[in-house]
Design a protein around this ligand. Structure first.
Ligand SMILES: Nc1ncnc2c1ncn2[C@@H]1O[C@H](COP(=O)(O)OP(=O)(O)O)[C@@H](O)[C@H]1O
Ligand SMILES: [Mg+2]
Length: 405
């Protein structure tokens, strides 16, 4: 039996376009002998679309036109199945497009990587690949994530956070905390991605500007000590919290004209600056593969092992599953390593780190499907509800009609 695999991508996120690229790479890697691949595109206004046309990258050149050409669909839970049904039904009623066995969200950032789509899939009890709702949400919110990692003894940079709105009422307190850590500082919105809204401040004036800027993207603003001189090392982890493996490591480089790895560095560098060329079936577009990187970088003795260990601990602590990428900052002077963040749905699903570790992309996709089904099987044995006599014996207290407690 072939599994019907729905690959979900797009979504209301600044990484919408990157997600389209990652999803196409993933769909090309799903073995057509084992799976029927069903592309499900989520537009920026959160509508779902499905048809064979979505395999063609040309259709994304005009996203508004796409919405007129491809049928809009919705999920229906019918008996024990989840069905994709067109919104516009024909003369003889709706003609279902497909039954879904497993969903693979390949969505980056808000409304996709942050628990939103995971919660949507949970409502349908549909097995899905990658982190569950909680891990995805914690992985997206840098404030909750840092608290969780710090409390578990994982090394993070010196940091603090405030709500963006508090700059009006707590300005002195915020500036004092900034002063205590010492400039330069890096300011980030709690929940974006792709370096959007992130800036470095070298003094108070720049700090206030960067704070306002970060507050435009999220209600919470993080302030962190800048690690400098710094090297950025990433490691992918594959598995489930208690049973996972690490990939090869990569070092990523930012352009000389910016102090951080920005959107351009991540996705738009092409194969200039020695970026790794793609291999295998997925040659159409680059996505995260464009980043200027070095696989298996030379590191001071013991650092690679330390990073691998910290990657597994981070994955476990955050309750992650599937394929994630955990990013580290290394102080190039002291060799001290900090966990920067987890990416629970990394660009290009970090496949390039696995092909170098001996797991080709199709095998990585098999593993994601397997893990999704395995988690679903385990959940079926858990108790989520039980029958009670609570309502049978309930009698409304007098005078409390309609009262809300
Ligand atoms: N504490 C830090 N010191 C120096 N550079 C940093 C620090 N934190 C982040 N950066 C730089 O900013 C980039 C984006 O920050 P990150 O926390 O990874 O946000 P995003 O979720 O947008 O990727 C990093 O890849 C790195 O280049
Ligand atoms: Mg990052």
């Amino acid at each position: 039996m072939k599994y019907n695999i729905a690959v979900l991508f797009g979504g209301e996120s600044v990484e919408h376009e990157v997600s389209i690229i990652s999803a196409h790479q993933a769909m090309a890697a799903l073995d057509s002998e084992k799976y029927n691949v069903i592309p499900v595109y989520i537009s920026k206004d959160r509508k779902l679309f499905c048809s064979e046309q979505l395999f063609d990258m040309n259709i994304y050149r005009n996203l508004n036109e796409l919405k007129n050409r491809v049928p809009q669909v919705y999920f229906v839970a019918d008996q024990n199945k989840v069905i994709l049904r067109p919104v516009k039904s024909g003369f003889f009623g709706p003609k279902d497009l497909a039954t879904i066995d497993v969903a693979i969200p390949v969505m980056h950032g808000t409304n996709g990587e942050d628990g939103t789509i995971q919660g949507f899939l949970e409502m349908y009890k549909l097995p899905y690949a990658g982190c569950d709702l909680i891990a995805a949400a914690v992985g997206q919110d840098k404030v909750i994530q840092k608290h969780t990692l710090e409390n578990s003894g994982l090394p993070v940079t010196n940091w603090f956070w405030f709500y963006g709105r508090e700059i009006d009422t707590k300005k002195d307190e915020i500036l004092n905390q900034a002063q205590r850590i010492g400039y330069p500082l890096i300011l980030k919105p709690a929940c974006t991605g792709s370096s959007v809204g992130i800036n470095i401040a070298h003094n108070e004036e720049e700090y206030l500007w960067a704070f306002e800027e970060a507050a435009r993207y999220d209600s919470k603003v993080i302030t962190e000590k800048v690690v400098r001189p710094m090297r950025e090392i990433n490691c992918s982890v594959l598995g489930e919290p208690t049973d996972a493996v690490t990939s090869v490591l990569e070092e990523v480089f930012h352009g000389e004209d910016s102090e951080i790895l920005d959107f351009h560095d991540k996705y738009e560098q092409g194969n200039s600056k020695g970026a790794k060329a793609q291999t295998g079936a997925v040659k159409s577009s680059a996505g995260m593969v464009s980043t200027s990187r070095k696989v298996n970088p030379e590191l001071p003795e013991g650092v690679a092992e330390e990073i691998r260990h910290l990657a597994l601990e981070t994955f476990r602590t955050l309750g992650a599953s599937g394929v994630c990428r955990i990013d580290f900052l290394m102080d190039a002077e002291s060799n001290q390593v900090f966990v920067n963040e987890i990416n629970t749905i990394p660009g290009s699903l970090a496949y390039y780190l696995w092909s170098d570790a001996g797991i080709p992309f199709p095998q990585l996709m098999d593993k994601l499907v397997e893990l999704a089904l395995e988690r679903d099987r385990r959940r079926q044995n858990m108790i989520f509800s039980y029958d009670t006599d609570l309502l049978k014996n309930y009698s409304e207290p007098s005078g409390a009609k309609g009262a809300k407690r």
